[in-house]
Design a protein around this ligand. Structure first.
Ligand SMILES: *[C@@H]1O[C@H](CO)[C@@H](O)[C@H](O)[C@H]1NC(C)=O
Length: 275
């Protein structure tokens, strides 16, 4: 039943190259003088320790007394920046699997032309439901991207992610030949997805009604949201950071930011991410 709904994610970007900024000023420790209110800052919020009776008498004078007592102590605080080389992180490749096209240019131009990705659902019979439209991915093929044995077994969401991921790698010039020269322990995959393999999980529940023997043994791992990045990492043999972020509409931004930070911190030289 859950066959048609495509995952929210579609864009895939492979970020690779990084460059040292070089300029010394990035490494120089910056000394900042910060003025701090120290001891007695509680008084800033009007804390007056005198007995209530004393406060009631002559409030104008007590206000004055307070401001006099509150000379802030000036403290110089030195802020040390961590000794991390600033790196520029750039996006070097893109790949998409979407209702608006399977090529970044086609997809983007369709967006600019105002085409909608919403259409009538074809994957399953929905004539009994009040809503019969969705952002369905049509004419999708994994040929050349996923080995047939796996594509039969996997959930669609995983197929979309592997295909888009590999397209992005190729698009960024990371062909198989180039990838063989990469240090795989320093290559990571970050693919965010709102949900995991809903169809595989649903089928397993249905199968359970008959017998547990009919269940797909992969129904639990395939239902997890990180299976997209895990399966691509396993396919590529990449052993760097490999996980999934799931924060609804903000997923893509978190993925880009985290992947960029891994590269910046030297934990990876290349990352794939789904937006
Ligand atoms: C990637 O993550 C999955 C689980 O999420 C793990 O099984 C796998 O070993 C990780 N790394 C690689 C290189 O596959």
């Amino acid at each position: 039943m859950a066959a048609a709904a495509p995952p929210l994610c579609a864009w895939l970007v492979a970020a690779g190259a990084h460059a040292d900024c070089g300029a010394d000023e990035h490494h120089r420790q910056q000394h900042r003088q910060t003025q701090c209110l120290d001891a007695g800052s509680g008084a800033m919020f009007g804390l007056d320790r005198r007995p209530l009776g004393a406060r009631r008498r002559g409030s104008a004078r007590s206000g004055m007394a307070m401001s006099v007592a509150l000379q802030p102590e000036r403290v110089i605080v030195e802020k040390k920046r961590p000794d991390v080389k600033q790196r520029r992180v750039v996006v070097t490749g893109m790949g998409v699997v979407t209702p608006l096209g399977h090529d970044p240019d086609v997809f983007y131009n369709n967006l600019l032309d105002g085409h909608s990705g919403i259409s009538e659902i074809e994957t399953f019979d929905c004539s009994k439901f009040p809503t019969r439209i969705a952002g369905e991915i049509k004419s999708f093929s994994t040929e050349g991207w996923v080995v047939p044995k796996l594509s039969k077994r996997m959930d669609k969401f995983m197929l979309y992610l592997i295909t888009a991921g590999k397209k992005a790698l190729e698009n960024g010039g990371l062909t198989e030949e180039v990838r063989n020269d990469l240090d795989k322990t320093r290559c990571g995959v970050l693919i965010g997805s709102a949900m995991g393999g809903m169809k595989v999980f649903n089928d397993a529940i249905e199968a359970l009604r008959v017998s547990y023997r009919k269940m797909n043994p992969f129904c639990v791992p395939f239902a997890t949201t990180n299976m997209g990045s895990a399966i691509l990492a396993m396919d590529l043999g990449w052993m760097g950071p490999n996980y999934s972020i799931s924060t609804a509409c903000a997923t893509s931004n978190f993925c880009i930011l985290n992947a960029a930070n891994h590269i910046r911190r030297g934990e990876a030289v290349s990352n794939s991410m789904i937006l």
